[in-house]
Design a protein around this ligand. Sequence first.
Ligand code: T46
Length: 143
Amino acid sequence: MYNTYIYRFSMHSDEYGKLIAVEDNKVVPFLIKRIYYIFDVGNEIRRGFHSHIDLRQMLICLHGSVKILTKTPYEEAIVELNDPSKGLYIGPMVWREMFDFSTGAVLLVLASEYYDESDYIRNYQEYASLAKDFLKQKEGENK
Ligand code: T46
């Protein structure tokens, strides 16, 4: 799926429990400027419904599970995050929706930029049109 991948964090595990360290520009491929977490989400709730223009993020479900739909005009995928040692990277120009939050789920997000509403594309038709141009341009650059 374009501009997304699953990352497996290495874990320090011993008889005292488990520990995962996340360092920017090493484990996460950007400088972390912001973290936020989403919790107390009802099972029937679906959130997201947007793309970002530039923002890069790593989503980690610290507790419970949540499904993430990622989508471009040409492909889509659903990933279940249910393990704190697994992160979903989502880069620019990818539509996302989060749903099927289990009771008590906590979704941590590491972000490459401070909050900026002007980086959001919240209308799918507008996104699809911009994404087609964006992906065509990327294809041209890679030839
Ligand atoms: C994303 C997915 C995975 C802030 O004031 N600061 C922040 O850093 C964030 C992330 C949100 N907000 C405010 C803006 C809204 O009034 O919190 C409210 C809820 O945000 P939003 O509706 O954008 O939440 P989600 O769950 O739809 O999307 C969030 C992130 O906004 C987005 O970047 O990729 O999680």
